[in-house]
Write a protein that binds this ligand. Structure first.
Ligand SMILES: [Zn+2]
Length: 106
């Protein structure tokens, strides 16, 4: 009888773990398809204020707050990109957001 309970407990733990992983994958996929997730979907901005605005409105898939960790600039295919690194305060998931600053007004 104890053995049966043990097996059930292990099975329940495995199911719980699988569900958690599934949820995490879903969150990651959602994050990967959001605008700015890749250079191809870079968010077009005209000022650095707009970037700040976007960063303030960015939330992790888990509902946590994304904390900006730094920004860098790079050029790609004649476009100027600003890449912001963000880390979730809740689940430590890190994300990058790409902004197209080619037409930035100075
Ligand atoms: Zn999170």
């Amino acid at each position: 009888m104890t053995a049966v309970l043990f097996v059930l407990a292990v099975a329940a733990a495995l199911v719980a773990m699988g569900l958690r992983r599934q949820r995490r994958n879903r969150q990651r996929r959602a994050a990967a398809s959001r605008p700015g997730a890749t250079p191809d979907t870079a968010i077009w901005v005209r000022s650095f204020d707009e970037i700040d605005e976007h960063l303030r409105r960015s939330w992790c898939g888990c509902g946590g707050i994304l904390e900006p960790q730094g920004e860098s600039s790079r050029e790609e295919g004649g476009r100027r990109l600003r890449v912001a690194r963000l880390v979730c305060q809740e689940c430590d998931e890190s994300t990058t957001l790409h902004f197209d600053t080619t037409d930035l007004v100075h």
